[in-house]
Design a protein around this ligand. Structure first.
Ligand code: ADP
Ligand code: MG
Length: 254
């Protein structure tokens, strides 16, 4: 598989002096096209910062982030904005739908921003809404949809531009367990079945959301402390990776 994202010795600090925080303390990583990568870690471990660096929303304090072989720090603001619009889809925990727009209008929005004519927008939005199982909800407003349905609209909107990368920060955080599991199953399907095989990077702190074959990065204190493909065994084993290394090595050896 070919390289989509590479991080070389990436560090990110916030603030200065007494408020200085080392949010990311040195990450080296390569993500290939088509991978389904899950970022696990406790609150404050740096997961959202890591995602923002990959999406080009923030710049590293030091080190290099490349996307499709291009160093993000070498891109102009315009190029970065275009990359975020067309090559990266973002799924939000709180869905972030527009209340005054129907499901299909919400999904069309990124195409509207890209100046795609209305006659082309409708069929594309309809097709992707059908793919996420909402073919019968096209004209409903967000307030008429369940939480799971809203997140399906959010996922369809994120996919409408056929992005190479889908970023999702706690996409099941506002959903009950059963609905959340259905959303994860949908994301697995998207990763496997859509013709352009989008790469998925998903943050969660819930080990029950893991599925066999996912690559799991465990973060602690701004570092990736574990990187493995989940083999489908008891996912609670990942709870242990937040522990200090001397304890962890007694729990599981790599
Ligand atoms: N914009 C910011 N300004 C200052 N500190 C920040 C900012 N974003 C994140 N941090 C700090 O960086 C650390 C990592 O945060 P974050 O990436 O949000 O972790 P997570 O998503 O794992 O909960 C935390 O200590 C957090 O307070
Ligand atoms: Mg976070």
């Amino acid at each position: 598989m070919s390289n989509l994202i590479e991080m070389i010795d990436v560090k990110k600090d916030f603030g200065s002096g007494e408020t200085l925080v080392h949010a990311i303390r040195g990450i080296n990583l390569r993500i290939d096209k088509g991978e389904f990568v899950v970022i696990l870690g406790k609150s404050g471990s740096g997961k959202s910062t890591f995602i923002s660096l990959i999406g080009g929303l923030i710049q590293p304090t030091s080190g290099t982030v490349t996307f499709e072989g291009i160093d993000l720090s070498k891109k102009s603001e315009d190029d970065l904005a275009r990359m975020r619009r067309t090559e990266i889809g973002v799924v939000f925990q709180h869905f972030n739908l527009m209340d005054m727009l129907t499901a299909i209008e919400n999904v069309e929005l990124p195409l509207l921003i890209a100046n795609t004519p209305k006659a082309e927008r409708r069929p594309l939005a309809k097709e992707i809404l059908e793919k996420v199982g909402l073919g019968d909800r096209l004209l409903n407003y967000p307030e008429e949809l369940s939480g799971g349905e809203k997140q399906r609209v959010g996922i369809a909107r994120a996919l409408i531009n056929r992005p190479a990368l889908l970023l999702a920060d706690e996409p099941t955080g506002d959903l009950d367990t059963v609905t959340g599991d259905m959303i994860i199953d949908l994301m697995v399907e998207i990763n496997k079945d859509l013709d352009w095989r989008p790469t998925i990077l998903m943050v969660t702190h819930d080990v029950t959301k893991l599925r066999e074959g996912m690559r799991v990065l465990t973060m602690r204190d701004g570092l990736i402390v574990d990187d493995r493909v989940f083999d489908g065994s008891d996912p609670t084993i990942f709870d242990h990776f937040g522990l200090p290394s001397e304890i962890r090595s007694n729990v599981v050896s790599k």
